[in-house]
Design a protein around this ligand. Structure first.
Ligand code: NAP
Length: 281
C-alpha cells in the first residue's frame, strides 16, 4: 500500500522546533524579524504573503508586510531594500515574486543583504549551494529534503529525476539531491521521451505547473513521488501528478494540497531563525 507523506504533520513538527528556537532568541533580546515586500495587487501573491506573515507571527517572530504600488520604480524599490538591509530588527527579507515587468527580479534579489536572503535566491547563495558551501537554500527544495529525512527515505545511490529546471525549485532541488549522493537527472520542456526517463526514477520530483502531467505509466513500481506543482483544475487545487492513479504504483507520495506547500512555509521560518541566530553583535 502506498504511504501518504503528510507534509502538514512534518511542517507542524518543524514549526514547533522553530518556535522554540525563536523563543530562546527573543529571551536573548534578538527576536527574529521577517519582512515581506509585496509589489502590486496580484491576488495569489496577496494570499501567499498573508500566509507567510501569519506563520511568522505564530512562530513568535516580528513580522511585517511592506505593500508597494505596482507603479514603483526599480530605484525606489531598491531604496526600500537598502533600508531593510540596514534595519537591525529585520533578519529576513523576502520579496514576493513575480515583480511587475518593468522591474528586473534578479537586480532586486541581488540587492538583498546575503545574510538576510531567507529565500536563498541571491546569486551568492545560489553559487554557495552549487559549490557545496554554507548559505541560505530556497525553501521549497529545502522543505522537500527535510520531509524526505523525516520519512527516512534514503537518497544515496538512488536515481532521482527532477522535472522542471526553475531557479527557485528544479535547479536547487537537483543540487541538494546531488549533495545527498543521489544520481540526478533533470528534465524540462524540451526533454524527449519524458516517460522513459521518469520510469527510471527511484525518487521522482515534479515541479512543472501542469495538472496531471505525471501519469501512472510514467512511474516505476515502488518509486517515491514528490509533487511540487500547484494548479487549478475545475476550481480545485491539484499538483502535477495524477494522484489517484499514481498512488497505486508509488511506494510513497505527497498529496496536493498538504504535501510540499506546508513545508515551504516551515522552511521560510527556519531560515529566518537561522538568519537571526547568525547575527553575533
Ligand atoms: P516555472 O518557473 O514555470 O518552471 C517550470 C518548469 O517546468 C520549467 O523548467 C519548464 O521547462 C518545465 N516544463 C514545462 N512544461 C514541461 C513539460 N511538458 N515537460 C517537462 N517539463 C516541463 O515553475 P516553478 O516556479 O518552478 O514552479 C513549478 C510548479 O511548482 C508550479 O505549479 C508552482 O506553482 C509550484 N510551486 C509550488 C511551491 C510549493 O510550495 N508547493 C513552491 C514553488 C512552486 P523549461 O525550463 O524548458 O521552460
Amino acid at each position: 500500500m502506498t504511504h501518504l507523506i503528510d507534509g502538514k504533520k512534518w511542517a507542524l513538527l518543524s514549526r514547533e522546533e522553530t518556535k522554540q528556537a525563536c523563543a530562546i532568541l527573543t529571551q536573548e533580546g534578538r527576536q527574529p524579524g521577517l519582512t515581506v515586500v509585496l509589489v502590486g495587487e496580484d491576488p495569489a501573491s496577496q494570499t501567499y504573503v498573508r500566509g507567510k506573515e501569519k506563520a511568522a507571527t505564530e512562530a513568535g517572530m516580528q513580522s511585517a508586510i511592506i505593500r508597494l504600488e505596482a507603479t514603483i520604480t526599480q530605484d525606489e524599490l531598491l531604496a526600500v531594500i537598502y533600508r531593510l538591509n540596514q534595519d537591525p530588527h529585520v533578519h529576513g527579507i523576502l520579496v514576493q515574486l513575480p515583480l511587475p515587468k518593468h522591474i528586473d527580479d534578479q537586480v532586486i534579489i541581488d540587492a538583498i543583504a546575503i545574510e538576510k536572503d531567507v529565500d536563498g535566491f541571491h546569486a551568492t547563495n545560489v553559487g554557495a549551494l552549487a559549490l557545496g558551501l554554507t548559505g541560505f537554500v530556497p525553501c521549497t527544495p529545502l522543505g522537500i529534503m527535510r520531509m524526505l529525512a523525516y520519512e527516512n527515505i534514503s537518497l544515496s545511490g538512488k536515481h532521482a529525476v527532477v522535472i522542471g529546471r526553475s531557479n527557485i525549485v528544479g535547479k536547487p532541488m537537483a543540487q541538494l539531491l546531488l549533495k545527498a549522493n543521489a544520481t540526478v537527472t533533470i528534465c524540462h520542456s524540451k526533454t524527449e521521451n519524458l516517460g522513459q526517463i521518469t520510469r527510471q526514477a527511484d525518487i521522482l520530483i515534479s515541479a512543472v505547473g501542469k495538472a496531471h502531467l505525471v501519469k501512472a505509466d510514467m512511474v516505476k513500481e515502488g518509486a517515491v513521488v514528490i509533487d511540487v506543482g500547484m494548479n487549478r483544475l475545475d476550481g480545485k487545487l491539484v499538483g502535477d501528478v495524477d494522484f489517484e492513479n499514481v498512488k497505486e504504483v508509488a511506494s510513497a507520495i505527497t498529496p496536493v494540497p498538504g504535501g510540499v506547500g506546508p513545508m515551504t512555509i516551515a522552511m521560510l521560518l527556519h531560515n529566518t531563525v537561522q538568519a537571526a541566530s547568525n547575527v553575533t553583535s
